[in-house]
Design a protein around this ligand. Structure first.
Ligand code: SF4
Ligand code: SF4
Length: 128
């Protein structure tokens, strides 16, 4: 009899343990969201971005020259160039996630026919 009640008791403890665990996990998630920690983390990650090497020095000039043709993206051997948005398709690099390896022959610049990326501009990727 004592053994049965002990088994029941430990089953209850386990159930209670998991229930408390979930409550704590959900509570912690809500706390993070309410403090905007998750949102801030995503924003800080998204902020660290730059144009590919050789990008026109000003954002206005770059946007005026770039046609969003994707040629630089296709030419990059390590696929670090992403599109900023699906409509304009301006190229972007997220250096913390996928850094440019600074290819010696800069195929991204060679592929750009509009001058948005050009060797005459600063060779290192410009932050935007
Ligand atoms: S220099 Fe090389 S790695 Fe860097 S963006 Fe251009 S093609 Fe990609
Ligand atoms: S190749 Fe030049 S014009 Fe085409 S998306 Fe890249 S930067 Fe823009």
């Amino acid at each position: 009899m004592a053994a049965i009640s002990q088994r029941r008791c430990s089953a209850l403890d386990r159930g209670e343990f998991f229930s408390k665990g979930w409550t704590l996990a959900i509570g912690k998630s809500l706390e993070l969201l309410s403090e905007n920690k998750v949102v801030n983390k995503l924003e800080s990650f998204a902020e660290k971005k730059q144009r590919p090497p050789g990008a026109a020095p000003s954002e206005t000039e770059f946007r005026a020259l770039c046609t969003g043709c994707d040629a630089c993206m296709v030419a990059c051997p390590v696929n670090v160039i992403m599109v900023e948005d699906m409509e304009s398709r301006y190229p972007l690099i997220f250096p913390e996630k996928d850094p440019c390896i600074a290819c010696e022959d800069t195929p991204c610049i060679t592929a750009c026919e509009t001058g948005a990326l050009d060797l005459k501009h600063e060779i290192s990727g410009r932050s935007c």
